[in-house]
Design a protein around this ligand. Structure first.
Ligand SMILES: Nc1ncnc2c1ncn2[C@@H]1O[C@H](COP(=O)(O)OP(=O)(O)O)[C@@H](O)[C@H]1O
Ligand SMILES: [Mg+2]
Length: 375
């Protein structure tokens, strides 16, 4: 008999540009994306979330309220997805909710990774069993709590004839290597910034949330000394497992780098930030490339950075041995991979499957990820 189950996945990434939500069908381990929906935070909530990532001093009262407020937005987003697609909550086995990361601090001995969006609120608003806190469980067994997406990348994109690198360009960027060996565990880590610094800079000068298509950056030139200054950041030299976020690559980081220079034209800064993403990603790829045949190498790109045409063309120029494409080429729209990851991880939690994240996060034992809040 066919084994069929339905799950929902929901996440808001470091860019906080939208809450992404999917419904998936898993039939005999095969995934089908049934529906997707994205909603926005109310602007004042988004501003509060942004500001605590850079200045993480916050009162207990503020924290408690934010946690529930994010949970409510997540719950409403899920309900909209269900009603718009005529999906009955009763058919959904579970929601995998990543939540909103507000602070990721993977350094031991006091490591933690904090995602908010109260799962009690989500379970009550939707009537669906909700799973949350995937990362914190990994941290509790010595892992960094990130990255988790490589597990899904391996499941969805493995191909016996191709060496694939999956590149997610969200606020930060992360890569996953998927070799032709079906038994190898995926290798993946955060390479550093993705869109976050470019978003910060363009919104400072142009009152736009992002540089559509990389158009504004295209009008500037790379400032070689500034690029070198950016690339001096110690994070780029660290070896994996490693993960990062807005706690490091934020406004303060950018201002400190710029302080070493006389004023640089804003368009040149934007172009140099784009080059920083391109160079840090491609250098990480070159340094960690598995020793498999040079033919049939693909770089599959997902996350909002896939819409930055200049960034995509720089990646292709810097990696001539790879064919650079959007994950859409293989039936997975680049905007929905992260939400699908948490829907898929929810199925693992429901089935009490222990997951070995050791090579990805440094965790010392396999664990069932996530906490369950029953409907
Ligand atoms: N048309 C576009 N052109 C350039 N960049 C874009 C475009 N659309 C989205 N982006 C970038 O993608 C980001 C969102 O990517 P996303 O994968 O959702 O990141 P996160 O996981 O951090 O939320 C936006 O903040 C923006 O920088
Ligand atoms: Mg996003």
């Amino acid at each position: 008999m066919d084994d069929i189950a339905y799950y929902i996945g929901i996440i808001s990434g470091t860019s906080m540009d939208g809450i992404d939500c999917v419904a998936i069908k898993l039939q005999n381990q095969k995934l089908e994306l049934l529906a997707s929906h994205s909603s926005k935070y109310p602007e004042d909530l988004r501003q509060q979330l942004f500001s605590i990532c850079t200045n993480p001093s916050i009162s207990l009262l503020q924290f408690g309220r934010l946690n529930v407020a994010v949970g409510k937005v997540f719950g409403k987003t899920i309900n909209t997805l269900l009603s718009a697609n005529h999906l009955n909550p009763k058919m959904i086995a579970a929601i995998g909710s990543h939540g909103q990361t507000i602070f990721h601090s993977p350094g031991y001995p006091d490591a933690f990774s904090l995602q908010i969006g109260d799962p009690n609120t989500i379970a009550s608003l939707t009537g669906i069993t909700t799973i949350a806190d995937f990362r914190q469980r990994d941290v509790s067994v010595g892992g960094q709590g990130a990255p988790l997406a490589p597990l899904f990348h391996q499941y969805f994109f493995y191909n016996k004839d191709l060496t694939r690198c999956i590149l997610n360009i969200g606020g930060m960027s992360n890569i996953t290597w998927i070799t032709r060996n079906p038994d190898s565990t995926p290798v993946g880590f955060d390479t550093g910034p993705g869109n976050a610094l470019m978003d910060l800079w363009v919104s400072r000068w142009k009152d736009k949330p992002f540089d559509a298509g990389g158009e504004w950056a295209s009008s500037g030139n790379v400032h070689a000394a500034l690029l070198d200054r950016f690339l001096e950041e110690a994070y780029f030299q660290k070896s994996a497992p490693k993960s990062t976020g807005r706690e490091l690559f934020n406004q303060n980081w950018l201002d400190q780098c710029l302080a070493d220079f006389d004023s640089i034209a804003p368009t040149d800064v934007q172009r140099t930030l784009l080059e920083l993403t391109a160079r840090s990603v491609t250098e990480a790829i070159a340094q960690t490339s598995p020793t498999e045949s040079d033919s049939g190498k693909e770089l599959l790109v997902c996350g909002g950075g896939v819409y930055n045409n200049l960034l995509m063309s720089r990646l292709q120029q810097l990696l001539p041995a790879f064919e650079v494409k959007s994950t859409a080429a293989y039936g997975m729209p680049p905007d929905w991979i992260e939400a699908s990851t948490f829907a898929w991880l929810a199925s693992k939690t429901i089935n009490k499957e222990k997951i070995d994240t050791g090579i990805l996060t440094g965790a010392c034992q396999p664990v069932v990820l996530g906490g369950v809040y029953y409907s």
